[in-house]
Design a binder for this molecule. Structure first.
Ligand SMILES: O=C(O)C(=O)C[C@]1(C(=O)O)C=C[C@@H](O)C=C1
Length: 363
């Protein structure tokens, strides 16, 4: 390197000047957000501070405008944090997530709401729903599907008897690591703890590297990370957050069988989210138990060229809900063509519930 002290000094001086500008501009932005809060508070519709559609638009615009050298995701993450801090000025936002601390769901909550939101771990998915319904928190974050293991049925079932709406989605790349404590005898590992889905996602790696180790399913990977602390012959499969939280070492990194392993999480709340320009809608539909029911249900979507992104069947738990289908598609309920399709589906179904329209995950 040819950095002479004078060059380094002048570059740092330049950085100081730029930081002054950034500081001034972030403060001006925060002042604006406070004024937005005043406008919302004065509105007679009741103040809704968190606006997922606006946040998605801000992030998408920044990603489009960005010309480097930072990549667009990195830049959006910085703006994510600025908005998170601005929202906290408007209203402290409480978010319940499927805990314990250190789970991928906590990571998803952080990715979606930024570090200024207050996040609270819950012991089960239906507790997250209950906290949101009771108004004890503003929003909830729950896993809904994994690219390798499929649907999280608890989450879908919880929607069936709840008035909760979906306000957003966030997709997280899931990297699993084999973790040990400083007291573990690494060459004597005979037991591996993890969540059943994580064990399944690392099945081939475990077959190849620890074929004789007992695989013990537990309620979450964070729980697995906590459990191995006192066991010299045990390892855990979990992610970065759990490793950091419980001070564990990585014996092997990124051991998931599929490199594109990712999990989709839903943001749940009680508000109707207006259009952001790139949206998805989730519905649950019950059809009568008769031949051709699925065809009747899907045909209007095909005719109106609406893209289905997911179709899931769950067993009905009541007499009314014979076959229950969870459907995600591109578009927003406020778009006329979507409203038209839903009207047709409503006529053919025995029940139709719109779970929400929300921005396609940006980050
Ligand atoms: O535009 C708004 O409604 C705002 O409150 C401002 C702002 C932002 O910082 O840009 C903050 C929080 C909302 O969730 C969306 C955007």
């Amino acid at each position: 390197m040819t950095d002479t002290p004078i060059n380094l000094d002048s570059l740092r001086q330049r950085i100081d000047e730029i930081d002054n500008d950034i500081l001034r501009l972030i403060s001006a932005r925060a002042e604006c957000a406070k004024q937005v809060a005043d406008v919302k508070t004065q509105s007679d519709k009741g103040a809704v501070f968190y606006r997922p559609e606006r946040e998605a638009q801000v992030l998408r615009r920044i990603m489009e405008l960005n010309q480097g050298p930072l990549n667009s995701e990195e830049m959006a993450r910085l703006f994510r944090e600025i908005m998170s801090a601005c929202l906290a000025l408007e209203q402290p936002t409480k978010v319940a997530y499927l805990g314990p601390e250190g789970t991928f769901t906590q990571q998803a909550a952080l990715k979606h709401f930024g570090a200024s939101a207050v996040s609270m771990p819950m012991a089960a998915i239906d507790e997250v729903f209950r906290e949101v319904e009771a108004g004890a928190v503003n929003y909830g974050v729950v896993p809904v599907e994994n690219s390798t293991e499929g649907v999280v049925s608890h989450t879908l079932d919880s929607f069936m008897d709840s008035s909760i709406r979906i306000c957003g989605e966030v997709v997280l790349r899931i990297h699993h690591h084999l973790l040990v404590a400083d007291t573990t005898l690494r060459d004597k590992v005979s037991r591996v703890y993890s969540h059943p889905q994580s064990l399944a996602q690392c099945r081939k790696w475990l077959d190849a590297h620890y074929p004789r180790a007992e695989r013990v399913p537990v309620s979450s990977n964070a729980e697995a990370a906590k459990m191995i602390k006192g066991e010299w012959h045990s390892a855990a499969i979990a992610g970065d957050m759990a490793a950091k939280l419980y001070g564990l070492e990585k014996v092997a990194e990124k051991i998931e069988d599929r490199p594109d392993n990712s999990t989709r999480f839903l943001i749940i709340g009680s508000q109707h989210v207006p259009m952001s320009g790139e949206d998805k809608t989730s519905i649950v539909v019950a059809m009568r138990n008769q031949p051709g029911a699925l065809h009747d249900l899907l045909e209007p979507f095909h005719r109106h060229s609406i893209d289905l992104t997911r179709l899931e069947t769950r067993p009905s738990r009541t007499g009314v809900w014979n076959y229950v289908f969870f459907i995600d598609f591109k578009g927003h309920v406020d778009e006329p063509r979507v409203a038209a399709v839903l009207e047709e589906v409503r006529l053919r179904a025995s029940e139709l519930k719109v779970l929400g329209s929300y921005p396609v995950g940006v980050l």
